[in-house]
Write a protein that binds this ligand. Structure first.
Ligand code: PMP
Length: 307
């Protein structure tokens, strides 16, 4: 259950948590045309909060809307960046998760509904480790889902689009019911694409690989952060296709996303990955990631938006 906070930003105004309601004819509720973000704010060593890569997330929100032709002319990127920070401030939060959601309001019920208003909500709440604190330390058990990631011209994977997430939910529920922690999805050709809400990295023979941006994946901001940090640490990393059985012969696998942060995978399809523990490369990347989001090390000051 999400713990209530005081206020939610809705269409430019703060409303009480319990008043942030919409009409049942809200278009997005029926057809899934909407875009959203998941962002984290971390307590820094000085006690203040800082939102990690806030501007990139807001930019992606606008791009997601653009991809699916949702008009975003009511607000600028700067205004939404500021609204996100303000949402944290009014709720007296330091460490939290932020969920901006763009949705189509009510009006017409036809599919096109080009005249329906674009609406935008920003909600903040406290959210711990998405795949559990034990998962961060010991690694999680993943399973390749029987559900395929839709092809690159079936859904627009570069957008974080509301309706696209049914595919992720089906995969996640399927593997959780079978007792696993997270689902890995293959693309229509059978190559590894990503997990239900994370990008994926494989370490083999000292080299790291992740599917390329053009694959059927979300262009994760954590993925980009990990790529940047690994290159800065001198870890060899390439963006290329990965086959299912390469997962089975990997020395290490880790997943990354804003919610899941950097989570090692200790088992895939009932096969132990490496020696079944968080591997050394995964640990280096994870340690570095937490240093950077918490401001212990600040190699990229532009990545931190102080509350
Ligand atoms: N892939 C999918 C399908 C996701 O939902 C997410 C979470 N937004 C990611 C990857 C990771 O993206 P990010 O690092 O930007 O959170």
């Amino acid at each position: 259950m999400v713990d209530k906070v005081k206020k939610i930003w809705l269409d430019g105004k703060f409303v009480d948590w319990d008043q942030a309601n919409v009409h049942v004819l809200t278009h997005t509720l029926h057809y899934g045309l909407g875009a959203f973000e998941g962002i984290r704010c971390y307590a820094q060593d000085d006690g203040r909060g800082a939102v990690f890569r806030l501007r990139e997330h807001v930019e992606r929100l606008f791009k997601s809307a653009h991809i699916v032709t949702i008009p975003m002319d009511k607000w600028t990127i700067d205004e939404i960046v500021e609204a996100c920070l303000e949402t944290i401030r009014v709720n007296d939060l330091t460490e939290c998760y932020l969920r901006p959601l763009v949705f189509m309001g009510d009006g017409a019920m036809g599919l096109a509904a080009t005249e329906n208003p674009t609406r935008l909500a920003i909600v903040a709440w406290k959210w711990g480790a998405y795949l559990g604190p034990e998962g961060l330390e010991k690694g999680i058990r993943a399973k390749v889902s029987s559900f395929t990631r839709p092809g690159i011209n079936m859904v627009m994977a570069k957008g974080k689009i509301v309706g696209h997430y049914v595919n992720s939910i089906l995969a996640k529920r399927e593997v959780m019911t079978a007792g696993y922690d997270e689902a890995i999805l293959l693309d229509a050709q059978g190559y590894v694409s990503e997990a239900s809400g994370e990008n994926i990295f494989v370490v083999r023979d000292g080299k790291v690989a992740t599917p390329p941006f053009a694959a059927s994946i979300l262009g994760g901001i954590t993925r980009d952060t990990c790529l940047t940090l690994m290159r800065e640490m001198g870890i060899e990393v390439e963006e290329r296709m990965i086959s299912r059985d390469e997962l089975y012969i990997a020395d290490e696998i880790f997943m990354c996303g804003t919610a899941a942060e950097v989570t090692p995978v200790r088992e895939v399809d009932d096969r132990t990955v490496g020696d079944g523990k968080r591997g050394p490369v995964s640990k280096r990347v994870q340690d570095r990631y937490f240093q950077v989001v918490r401001g212990t090390e600040v190699p990229h000051p532009e990545w931190l938006a102080h509350v």
